[in-house]
Ligand binder design. Structure first.
Ligand code: NAD
Ligand code: UGA
Length: 479
């Protein structure tokens, strides 16, 4: 094919996605499911992950994902480690590799680490023999497409590359629902004839199942920036209500009542106003810090400080939760046993990246408490976290003369037995239906319950005998 091949000539698309993670896997599974005439291949450097995608136990827990993968896999959805072959054989290449916060050098702790991203750009250049539409699916700093274009065009060869930005807005736990019925799909392109033609190709793929009015197009820089700003706005709402929760605890106002009153203003809306122990997940903190870094880079220090405040309040909220636990439990946690209900960063996922439960567990261990972890999906990742602590030289956290400092227990009722306190970290619905009368009787008295998600029936638990500490509401104690 020559440099001017018209992508519109193709009807049945050959699609590749580089990166088979939480985004790449589910996103491509839904595209394959919705577009049976497209052939979709997902590649990754991680062979273990690819074999999990090809197995009965997928590497990602998402409600509805198994069914979608089962319907398309082997028909028009394939998982492979052959990155070079994938690049050669496909015309449309999504790049969905990880873009974590940089941990070294300039911008450490703030800027996005683009090394995995750049590596894929170089691989595409190396193996491409025909024109490609390259789509940024990963979340990236605004202007990254320029770097991608420069790398792809650095050889000045006759292969044409068009770069699009198509950021992903799915949330974990509802990924399939979000992908099948998105609020919007955003596609940014260069506003040249070639850029607009490439944009139309991607629009037509999504239009198979997404109503046209929900497919938004924009210039490429707006698309890149909109993703960072969307996450910053969502996280800002959580930090706003969490900041208010601290004031509620001082004034006997009830944060749930405040959120309801505030959210009924149509200009504000009710969503994302649940006060909590703090937001977690792989993206909010990283994306806001990335935005902060970008602002600083452009000399916009006041704007940077504004957004940095969202992350600062989140750290404050997590720390405040632990300090409240300490204060309630007579200012000493050493030797006390505390059950953490949930370890995932939110319900309906096994993902523990940046989970507030990790922060709490590490702070409790630093206070020499013993931690019992239970979670219906996240125990494998919790075990990896605990192993990481040991590897980082945190001493043997598993065995001491007094017994294990970290235990993993599948059954939440069994996890609470012999504990001084329960702390709800994740809003799994199953925690609402437990037999708390029985649980209370197996615990050390006085028994404490810290509800980091405000999901339990506090009055009932208080009546059973617990000393109950919600977020942003007065505690219900027996002292
Ligand atoms: P992830 O870590 O789960 O997956 C990334 C995958 O890319 C890994 O399996 C890794 O092995 C692979 N990879 C890295 N370099 C590679 C290379 N050179 N070639 C082939 N494979 C390579 O990450 P994720 O959660 O799927 O996130 C991916 C991107 O999507 C990030 O930029 C993130 O900010 C963004 N995002 C994530 C979510 C979410 O809910 N997790 C939602 C929207 C956007
Ligand atoms: C978030 C966004 O919602 C997605 O649109 C985005 O695509 C994604 O980040 C991303 O870029 O990675 P996700 O992190 O998967 O999705 O999950 P959310 O539902 O946004 O929850 C994030 C955190 O905020 C969780 O810890 C959750 O418990 C917490 N949260 C959420 C609250 O504490 N209160 C709320 O009212 C809502």
């Amino acid at each position: 094919m020559d440099k001017n091949t018209d992508f519109n000539d193709m009807t049945a698309r050959k699609i590749l996605c580089i990166g088979a993670g939480y985004v790449g896997g589910p996103t491509m599974a839904v595209i394959a499911h919705q577009c049976p005439d497209c052939r979709v291949t997902v590649v990754d450097v991680n062979a273990e992950r690819i074999s999990a995608w090809n197995s009965e136990t997928l590497p990602v827990y998402e409600p509805g994902l198994d069914a979608v993968v089962r319907a398309a896999r082997g028909r028009n959805l394939f998982f492979s480690t052959d990155i070079a072959g994938g690049i050669r054989a496909n015309d449309i290449i999504f790049v969905s590799v990880n873009t974590p916060t940089k941990t070294f050098g300039a911008g450490a702790g703030m800027a996005a680490d683009l090394q995995y991203w750049e590596k894929t750009a170089r691989e595409i250049l190396e193996y491409a023999e025909s024109p490609k539409i390259v789509i940024e699916k990963s979340t990236l700093p605004v202007k990254t497409a320029l770097a991608m274009e420069r790398i792809l065009n650095s050889r000045g060869g006759d292969v044409r590359f068009d770069v699009l930005s198509n950021p992903e807005f799915l949330a974990e736990g509802t990924a399939i629902r979000d992908l099948e019925n998105p609020d919007r799909v955003l596609i940014g392109s260069r506003e040249t004839a070639a850029g607009l033609a490439a944009r139309r190709v991607l629009e037509d793929i999504y239009a198979r199942w997404v109503p046209r009015e929900r497919i938004l197009t924009s210039n490429i820089w707006s698309a890149e920036l909109s993703k960072l700003v969307s996450n910053a706005f969502l996280a800002q709402r959580i930090s706003s209500i969490n900041a208010v929760s601290a004031l509620c605890e001082k004034t006997e106002a009830n944060v749930t009542e405040v959120a309801r009153a505030v959210g009924m203003d149509g200009r504000i809306g009710p969503k994302f106003l649940n006060a909590s122990i703090g937001f977690g997940g792989s993206c909010f903190k990283k994306d806001i810090l990335n935005l902060v870094y970008l602002c600083r880079t452009y000399g916009l220090d006041d704007v940077a400080a504004y957004w940095e405040g969202v992350v600062a309040i989140n750290e404050y909220q997590k720390e405040r939760f632990v300090l409240n636990m300490m204060a309630a439990m007579f200012n000493s946690l050493a030797g006390k046993r505390i059950a953490l209900y949930g370890f995932a960063f939110k319900a309906d996922t096994g993902d523990t990246r940046e989970s507030p439960a990790i922060f709490v567990a590490e702070r409790l261990l630093a206070e020499r408490a013993e931690v019992v972890i239970t979670d219906p999906q996240a125990l494998p990742n919790a075990r990896i976290w605990a192993q990481g602590l040991t590897d980082r030289g945190a001493g043997s956290l598993f065995e001491t003369g007094a017994g294990p400092k970290i235990a993993f227990v599948e059954d939440p009722a069994a996890a609470a037995a012999g504990c001084h306190a329960l702390a709800v970290m994740t809003e799994w619905p199953l925690y609402r239906g437990l037999d708390y009368e029985r649980i209370f009787r197996t615990m050390i008295q006085p028994a404490f319950l810290f509800d980091g998600r405000n999901v339990l029936d506090h009055e009932r638990l208080h009546a059973i005998g617990f000393n109950v500490y919600p977020i942003g509401r007065p505690p219900l104690t027996h002292f």
